[in-house]
Unconditional design. Sequence first.
Length: 173
Amino acid sequence: MDHLVLTVIAPDQPGLVEKLARCVAEQGGNWLESRMARMAGQFAGILRVAVPAERHQALEQALQALAAEGIRVLLAPSGPEPGGAWQPIYLELVGNDRPGIVRDITRLLSEHGINVESLTTEVLSAPMSGEPLFRAEALLGVPPGVPLPLLREHLEALADDLMVELNLRRGEG
């Protein structure tokens, strides 16, 4: 079986996921995992499928044919799962919205060799003032050589500079 990662974007419409699932199933494929959402009138997703090697080309053609319906699909071979004993850490952040928050936090994480496994962000209205609040949740993969107290210290210093509240907690695993 070939394992493929598909990215999808299209104007949101009923039946979109079914069209993708039908293409995969008709080629003997198996839908393994996905993350999908509607945002600003668009539907976007990423999914991993397994398909028999001899049906790989046919699946690719079926998915590309969806472009006639405004559904764009990009395929890539599935990469190797990261090895090692990385430590899962959950990061939560809330603060007044301003440009650069994601850039500054991810720059610090990158400098420490930390991988962003998942990231969800949104801008909400503050309950009392109505001012825009930026909120982020992330699952981080921290390499074994990174001391967690030092990471916490650096992130808290940056949070103070950005004037945001930041919370870190160890994940299970």
